[in-house]
Design a protein around this ligand. Sequence first.
Ligand SMILES: Cc1cc2nc3c(=O)[nH]c(=O)nc-3n(C[C@H](O)[C@H](O)[C@H](O)COP(=O)(O)OP(=O)(O)OC[C@H]3O[C@@H](n4cnc5c(N)ncnc54)[C@H](O)[C@@H]3O)c2cc1C
Length: 245
Amino acid sequence: MSDALRREVWDVAVVGAGPAGAAAALRVLGLRPDARVLLLDRADFPRDKACGDGIAPHALQVLAGLDVHDPAADFSPVHRLRLRSPAGATVAGEMRRPAYVIPRRIFDARLVAAARARGAVLHRHTVRRVEQFPDRVELDGAYAARAVVGADGAESAVRRSLGVDRNPPGHLAVALRAYAPAPSGAPEQLLMLTADGWPAYAWSFPIGDGRANVGYGEVLAGAPVSRARLSARLTELLGIPADVL
Ligand SMILES: Cc1cc2nc3c(=O)[nH]c(=O)nc-3n(C[C@H](O)[C@H](O)[C@H](O)COP(=O)(O)OP(=O)(O)OC[C@H]3O[C@@H](n4cnc5c(N)ncnc54)[C@H](O)[C@@H]3O)c2cc1C
């Protein structure tokens, strides 16, 4: 047993400090402000995460319930949504509640900062081994906690340690994401669903600083999908020049 482990048994250790992990830490500390909560992440914050950066109003509502009231500060709301169906029909209009587009490098760091401000302790550590004992869970023999929350994303080491398999075929998608100059005109979130590669879609989400988060993804249905295909589809659907990708 390492010195660190001997020193402290945390009430809760949360593996992964993305939105799920930060929210879990905030929830624990909301219920028990004196709880000893450890947040472990393999990355230093701020860190990027491949994502469309679209923050739905529901997410902000959940965060408000966790007493995080300004995660979208300095970003402008996006009021309009445009959807294109696989057959090419397009609808566009005002959303009932606006969405935001906030680079995850910023958004996730804000949530981590909120959790730390409430008392969560953030350590940089890649969890590889999870061992369960009657009174505690040990992580890599370096940390111990009475409870562990696995919030370590799509390739979760905690999930693997529980014997839960990776996603079966047909449940795994691959996407290419980039930042490109935002289209001119009123800002709107654009989703283009396509029959080719179905289920598949391209998106363009304006950040408000002249750039848009753009991407294209499709579900893996057996054959691998190359980067060249994703890039070509993005150019085809959104007109993004290949040299931006
Ligand atoms: C291409 C793409 C576009 C998307 N677009 C959107 C969108 O526009 N809007 C939206 O709401 N959602 C979108 N999503 C989904 C969204 O990204 C995820 O739902 C969200 O990131 C999940 O949050 P999380 O906290 O569970 O995991 P993550 O955000 O993946 O966080 C997991 C954290 O765990 C850490 N970690 C991983 N392994 C370990 C380990 N072994 N030890 C320690 N730390 C570890 C990672 O460093 C990371 O910080 C998109 C996803 C993809 C792939």
